[in-house]
Design a protein around this ligand. Structure first.
Ligand code: SAH
Length: 218
């Protein structure tokens, strides 16, 4: 039986899904279930624990952020991920989005450029018993060609332009979602059918730039 007490993280996640996702028209049942299940409270910094379900992004250190729950759900839903899909993620960060992807996909390949974040997220996701995530520390703008092609690619740091190298690593029928732009950013959904690459602008967003701590950004 689930505890009824106020402050129960299960209850708080259920409320987050209802108030922040369902009301904003996130409909994919597998995505909503994943967002209910993944313990977001474990991914934020201890001092931010009472903000774990806040309706916005939060700092995770190293000048980087954990995305707003709605954006995580929105991007995951837009990729239309099926249970057999293999997904590449650029920008592991604290690993929260990675966990959500691991709930809805068969395998997740995730790359983080900041070593401290890469190590921290790998330890946490292993502790949480995820066995379908493969980790790499390095520059994700090059993708991970050894495991390509991918059914879906999720980019959570913003490049100035659409990254061609990543489009090349999409499978037939593959989808990529990526925030593009330096100051004004748009989420772009890229789909690949044969030689035809379709691009669709979705919503305005604000992600950290595609760089690392060494670049001294934010
Ligand atoms: N999905 C993350 C969001 C993290 S913010 C979450 O929910 O927590 C974006 C992350 O992308 C940062 O951790 C940043 O270090 C990383 N990043 C930036 N440029 C990168 C690159 N070229 N390759 C891999 N990761 C990169």
């Amino acid at each position: 039986m689930k505890g009824e007490k106020v402050g129960d993280p299960d209850e708080k996640r259920a409320a987050m899904v209802k108030q922040q996702l369902v009301t904003r028209s996130v409909k994919d049942g597998r995505v909503l279930e994943a967002m209910r299940k993944v313990p977001r409270e474990r991914f934020v910094r201890e001092k931010d624990l009472d903000l774990a379900f806040y309706d916005g992004p939060l700092s995770i250190g190293c000048g980087q952020t954990i995305s707003q729950p709605y954006i995580v759900a929105y991007m995951t839903e837009a990729l239309g991920i099926g249970p057999e899909d293999r997904v590449l993620e650029i920008g592991t960060g604290c690993g929260y989005q990675t966990a959500v992807l691991a709930e809805v996909a068969a395998k997740v390949y995730t790359i983080e450029i900041v070593e401290e974040l890469a190590e921290r997220s790998k330890i946490l996701l292993t502790e949480l018993s995820y066995t379908n995530i493969h980790f790499k520390t390095g520059d994700g703008s090059l993708g991970w060609p050894e495991h390509a092609p991918y059914d879906a690619i999720m980019v959570t740091a913003a490049p100035a332009h659409l990254p061609d190298l990543l489009i090349e690593q999409l499978a037939e029928g593959g989808r990529m979602i990526v925030p593009v732009g330096r100051y004004e950013q748009y989420l772009e959904l890229v789909t690949k059918h044969g030689d035809e690459i379709k691009k669709r602008g979705l919503i305005g967003v604000r992600f950290v730039p595609m760089t690392g701590c060494v670049q001294g950004d934010q």
